[in-house]
Structures are given as structure tokens and as C-alpha cells.
Write a protein that binds this ligand. Structure first.
Ligand SMILES: Cc1cc2nc3c(=O)[nH]c(=O)nc-3n(C[C@H](O)[C@H](O)[C@H](O)COP(=O)(O)OP(=O)(O)OC[C@H]3O[C@@H](n4cnc5c(N)ncnc54)[C@H](O)[C@@H]3O)c2cc1C
Length: 355
């Protein structure tokens, strides 16, 4: 499942071995258990910061896909500016009492566990008073409300609001040091950006532009030069993304993700939007008629098109990724508002008042 993880959970595999394993699995048409948030975002953090008991308890069923995970980070007033979160966890003996609200929690309605970041200290800076917990999603006081999105209904792939009212979380579910959760939250987000920018256009899942080219071929090609040009341009971009991914694997980005993961996600999200938009144009009348039927050849493209506006929002918006690229790869100076400890909206208010 995770050859790049350290032993005994993975093989501590070098890039070449990871690619060989992936190729062999593809060739044998072996599909891995699906647990994207568990394996992609949370697992690597538990491997590094979890206790031995936590690793033994949570990692094997996570890797077997038996226990689904979700990520309880975003709040109504804390998305890009995540450290602004206000969900509280107050220690009371051997439990933490959690109160607050999370939003956009993918898979919460099917998850057995979630990782939660909550404020455990209100006295220090907003970054130093956050702790990181494992939450059994069936604890009393947790209410999960699915949100309808335009891909359709409240399906298993949807997201939810999650409300916490006096939820008693055992103290042994804390990961890493008390008040030391912000560094782990940043690691989780970097893992998320690696996993969201894998090959499939829909955050690592779904079809690629190569699949679109194949589909067009089986349907007799394209009627106009303009459409052929657009498809060729998207294909070239897809190949550039593929080489970039190989370069990142060989730079070991998936072992210790850094700002490069933001670069790839920023490129890949835009590429996904263009490809899904192009597919929608190529569908013609099929796009209005049968494309949503599960077995229709255009089905993944029709649902991908509806999902595509989310690509440049979830897991770090395009603008926020560009801030990271500017500061951490190009070494441009920090935003003056960040230096002053202001959130983005406070910064905008400051600029307005100066103007
Ligand atoms: C499909 C999907 C699934 C998701 N799943 C999860 C999940 O499982 N768990 C979870 O915790 N969250 C999840 N999210 C939430 C996601 O992480 C947030 O939507 C994202 O972090 C942006 O936060 P926000 O929506 O509050 O937007 P805001 O942060 O309010 O941003 C609004 C706009 O302001 C811009 N902006 C904000 N700050 C800056 C800045 N400093 N500089 C320039 N521009 C800025 C943004 O780019 C954006 O255009 C999901 C989102 C989507 C779309």
C-alpha cells in the first residue's frame, strides 16, 4: 500500500522501487483499498508523531481500508487562515472536552475516525495553542450534517458540517505534544497536497487527458481544427505534469513533502479545470443527455466537470499556494500583514483604511 513509508508499515522504498511497484500493480489490475484521507494525509503524521500504541491500533486497519478517516480542520472562520480556528478542547482530568464546529469535512458521514485540530491554549500566539487529536466519529455530542454539493446528492464522496457539543475525547487520543499541533497540521496539509496532485485529474483520482484522447479516438476523432488544437495543448500539459510528478518522486517529495507539493498542486488543479472544461465541450449533446448514467463513456468527465470548480479551492486555494511558492521557493519577502500577525481579511481591512 505505502512503499514510501518507513518499515514496518512500508518498505522505506527508494523512488525506483516505488515506480516498479506501482507499474506492477497497474499491470496486474490490482486496485488498492480506498482511504484517501487516512492513508494520504493522516497516516504519515501518525507514523512520525504517534505513540507505539497509536500506530499499532490505527495504522493496520487504515491501510487495509477497513476504517475510513476524515480531516476535521476547516471552520466557518478558518479556511486558508487555518490557525484562526476557534474549536476548543479543554482538559478535564483524563479527557479533553471539545466544543465547536468544523465544515467541508469530506467523508465525515462514512468515517470511523477523524483527525481534529483544536485550540487548547488561548493565552499564547494563535500558532502555539493548537493540539492534534484522533477522534472516534461516534462519540456522544458529535453531530454530522451532510452538505449537498453540485456533483449530486449526499453521496459517499460528499462533505459535511460537524458539530461538537461537550464531546469527551480521551487524553490518550492526543498526538504529539500538548499545544504542539500546528507543526503537525502543516505536515498534514503538505501530505494532502502530494496526494491530491497524483496522476488522475480529480485530485489524483479519475481520468487523465490520455484517457480523453483515447475516448475521442474511439468516437472517430474531432470535427474541427480548433478542438484538435485544444486537445493537443491539454495532452502536452498532461505530459508535463506526468514528468513533473516523476521528478518529484525522484526528489523524494512524497517522503518529506515541502513547498514543491504546492507547486505541483497549483499547476495540476488548473490543468484539471481546463481538461474537464474541454471534455464538456467535446461531449456535445451527450453531455446534456446520458453522460451522468454510470456506464456512459462520458460519465467520469461529466461528474468531473461538476467537481472541477472545487479543484482550486480544497487543500489550499490557488492564491494561497502561490503565496507559498512566492515565499518558500522564490524566497520573496513575506506579506507585510503576515509579519504583523494579521489574517488576510484583517490585512484587507488595514489596506482599505490606509487607502
Ligand atoms: C471539495 C472540497 C473538499 C474539502 N474537504 C475538506 C476536508 O476534508 N477537511 C477540511 O478540513 N477542509 C476541507 N475543505 C476545505 C478547504 O480546505 C477550504 O475550502 C480551503 O482551505 C479554503 O478555505 P475557505 O473555503 O474558508 O476559503 P477562504 O480562506 O475564506 O478564501 C476565500 C478566498 O480568499 C482567498 N484568500 C484567502 N487568504 C488569502 C491570502 N492570504 N492571500 C490571497 N488570497 C487569499 C482565497 O484564495 C479564496 O479565493 C474542502 C474543500 C473542498 C472544496
Amino acid at each position: 500500500m505505502v512503499p514510501h513509508w518507513p518499515e514496518p508499515w512500508g518498505l522505506d522504498a527508494e523512488p525506483e522501487l516505488q515506480l516498479i511497484i506501482d507499474d506492477e500493480l497497474k499491470r496486474a489490475i490490482v486496485t488498492k483499498p480506498l482511504n484517501p484521507i487516512g492513508i494520504g494525509h493522516c497516516g504519515p503524521v501518525i507514523v512520525v508523531h504517534g505513540s507505539e500504541e497509536q500506530k499499532e491500533r490505527y495504522l493496520p486497519p487504515m491501510l487495509r481500508g477497513e476504517e475510513m478517516w476524515c480531516q476535521l480542520f476547516s471552520e466557518p472562520e478558518a479556511g486558508s487562515d487555518l490557525a484562526n480556528l476557534s474549536t476548543r478542547a479543554v482538559q478535564d482530568g483524563d479527557v479533553f472536552v471539545v466544543n465547536g464546529q468544523k465544515i467541508w469535512t469530506s467523508l465525515a458521514q462514512v468515517a470511523r475516525f477523524g483527525i481534529l485540530i483544536a485550540r487548547t491554549d488561548t493565552e499564547t500566539s494563535k500558532y502555539t495553542g493548537i493540539s492534534y487529536f484522533i477522534i472516534p466519529m461516534d462519540l456522544p455530542g458529535i453531530e454530522i450534517r451532510p452538505l449537498r454539493n453540485m456533483v449530486g446528492g449526499f453521496g459517499d464522496g460528499g462533505f459535511c458540517e460537524v458539530f461538537f457539543t461537550d464531546v469527551h475525547v480521551p487524553a490518550e487520543n492526543l498526538i504529539g505534544p500538548l499545544h504542539g499541533g500546528w507543526a503537525m497540521a502543516k505536515e498534514t496539509l503538505a501530505n494532502e497536497r502530494v496526494s491530491l496532485s497524483k496522476e488522475g485529474l480529480q485530485w489524483g483520482h479519475g481520468p487523465t487527458v490520455k484517457d480523453l484522447v483515447d475516448l475521442v479516438r474511439t468516437r472517430g476523432g474531432l470535427p474541427t481544427g480548433e478542438l484538435r488544437q485544444r486537445l493537443a495543448a491539454a495532452y502536452i500539459d498532461g505530459e508535463i505534469m506526468r514528468y513533473h510528478q516523476l521528478r518529484q518522486i525522484s526528489a523524494k517529495v512524497n517522503k518529506k513533502p515541502g513547498p514543491d507539493a504546492s507547486l505541483r498542486k497549483a499547476l495540476k488543479d488548473q490543468h484539471g479545470k481546463i481538461a474537464f472544461g474541454l471534455a464538456k465541450d467535446l461531449m456535445g449533446a451527450d453531455g446534456m443527455l446520458d453522460a451522468t448514467a454510470a456506464d456512459a463513456p462520458w460519465a467520469p468527465w461529466a461528474s468531473g466537470f461538476l467537481f472541477s470548480p472545487a479543484l482550486t479551492v480544497g487543500g489550499g486555494t490557488s492564491e494561497v499556494l502561490r503565496n507559498i511558492i512566492a515565499e518558500r521557493i522564490l524566497r520573496l519577502p513575506h506579506d507585510v500583514d503576515v509579519e504583523m500577525g494579521l489574517s488576510w481579511s484583517e490585512g484587507r481591512a488595514r489596506l482599505k483604511s490606509l487607502a
